[in-house]
Structures are given as structure tokens and as C-alpha cells.
Ligand binder design. Sequence first.
Ligand SMILES: Cc1ncc(COP(=O)(O)O)c(C=O)c1O
Length: 361
Amino acid sequence: MPRPIRATIHSPALAHNLAVAQKHAGAAKIWAVLKANAYGHGLLRAAEALKAADGFAVLDFVDALKLRSAGIDKPILMLEGFFKPEDLPLLSRYNLTPVIHNVAQLEMLEKVTFVGKMDAYLKVNSGMNRLGFTVDNVRLAWNALEAHPGIGEVTLMTHFADADGEGGVTAQLQWFNELTQPFDTAPRSLANSAALLRFPDETRGDWVRPGIMLYGCSPFLFKTAEDIGLKPAMTLSSEIVAVQNLQAGERVGYGMTYEAAQEMTIGVVACGYADGYPRHAPSGTPVLVNGQRTGTVGRVSMDMLCVDISNIEEAYIGTPVTLWGEGLSCDEVARAAGTLSYQLLCALAPRVPVVEVAAGV
Ligand SMILES: Cc1ncc(COP(=O)(O)O)c(C=O)c1O
């Protein structure tokens, strides 16, 4: 007898969101970013729904292998490249495209022989200061890759730190262009979702790399997913499993942080932080009970959370509750909890049963 919680993945919404990305991308090709189990949506399920993408970007070799084992022969971009010399023959064998972002990787490339040629991405640090070659070594990296007999096409890549924020992309774009000016003719890949949506003309290059928008969430604080035309691809839902009537002054949950100001009724919902719901979501975080909007009360516990159902029509044990997704954007819930939809989606716990809806949007 399973708990009533479940995540519903709307595959047509994934396909729809990809079409939105394609519209913005124009002639540029699309890497659908599938890292972190496709932002919690399921690697193979998302790959199938996003099969119109030109390639898939992942982090882990096992994910790349799962895609290949499922018969996917599109390009696969390894976003952090490789970690050990012994990874190189595997990349070559499975026709994976590594991102090369540091000198240690160049040294490994010099040491290991592998059969055939693999394409590579040369990552330039244009200001985010996380991964990538800098002004000191970008030319060295380019020369090493160009001269390497096992490397095919080299694409220049960078990643924006603030494409969704005040900083925008101007400074990074300018520095990237300066650093790569000597190798001007190489293809390029710059844009994440925010850059693609906000600065498409400047950043689309030859390949774009949308992630969050494919899953129906907005990369922006100032624009909702709906404004962008995106549809939620994951709905986390559950049911009320207990009802409590409180008198004024009675308190709720661990730490007794919430006190009823007047008589009220609360529903106890089968969803907690062990399911991936954020523990730090404060009282008042939005939730839908029987399709009607209300808020959480008290602390989220491991397996349960409480919601105010005083003014909800038809709220009993068994009444459906939407934690996020259709009718309640994950972005809004995340914001109330002081985080981002990225984190909520990726945190969906393996114990939550997943149901796929393959038709309708
Ligand atoms: C290198 C790289 N490109 C693209 C993406 C996709 O970003 P977003 O989900 O914001 O579209 C990510 C995700 O963090 C990334 O690390």
C-alpha cells in the first residue's frame, strides 16, 4: 500500500518546452541538458521526450552510458569532461564529446592513446571563475587540441554567471570574444536558458545549452514560466492523511513554531523533506488543496507537512494536494522557501513514485 505521494512527469510539456527553446535558438543546435537525472525528471524518460534535441549534455559517464545503451546515438556532451586518464578510451569508444577546461586534462590527453577521433569543447573562463581556461592558457589549450591527432572539431564554450541577473552577459561576452579572437572561426556554445531567452541574438552561437526552461521553470525572478510560454513538466502531489482541529493558542509540528491565532483546521499531508520538499519552507508557503490555494503551517518534517484547510471547501482525509507543478509553479514555491526551482526539482527523492503522462499538455 504506497503512500499517496507521487511525481507526475508530463512528457508532452517537455517536448513543448523544447519547441520554445528551438524557437529562440533559431538556426543554432540544442544540447538538452539532462544532468542531475534530467533535473529530477528521469534521464531516459526526459531523453525520450526531448528526442527532437540535437544532442544531450550530462555530467556523469554512467548517464552517458545509459543513453547509449538505450540506443541514443546523438552527440553527448560531457559537461565536466573527464577526470582520470583511463576515462579517455571510454569517451572515445562511446563517441562522447568532453568539455576540456583545465591543464590537467590537456596533460592526460598527451599521455593516453585512444583509437579514432573525438570532438571536444574548449571551455573558456570568461568571468565566472569556476571552470575554464583563462587569458594565461587559452591559447596553449587551443594549440594543444588542434595539434592532437585524436581530437576532431573543437568548439569554444563559456558559461554565464549572471545571465538572469543585473550583470547580464555583456562583460563576459566581451572577454570571451577577446580571448577567442585568434580562433574566431571555431563553432561556439554559450547560452544557458537565461541567456537564450534574454539575449538570444548575442549568445545563441552554434549550440545552445538550455536546462531549466525545458523542465517548465523560469530562470528569472522577473518573468514567470507562464510569461515565457513554458509548461510545468513535473507535478508533485499527495493527499491529506489526517485532519486536526486547533483552538486558538495551540501549536503545530516540531519546535511548535506555528501558533493558531484562532480556531482553525489543518490537514496533514503525506510529503516531507525526505521526499524532497524543502525543510526550510516557512509557514505560508503556497500549496493547493483540492485545487484551492492555501499555505503550509509549522515546520516541514521528514514525511509530513501541515496545511491550513480552515477555508478550503471539501478538504478531508484523501483530498488531493499539489505541492508544485500544474496550477502552482515550482518557481513560486521555491521562492517562498528561499531557493530556486532547480533545487526543488533535483531534490525529488528516489522514494517518490513517478508516473509519466505521455499525452496532452
Ligand atoms: C555548463 C552548463 N551549461 C548549461 C546549463 C543549463 O543551465 P540552465 O538550467 O540555467 O539552463 C548548465 C546548468 O547549470 C551548465 O552547467
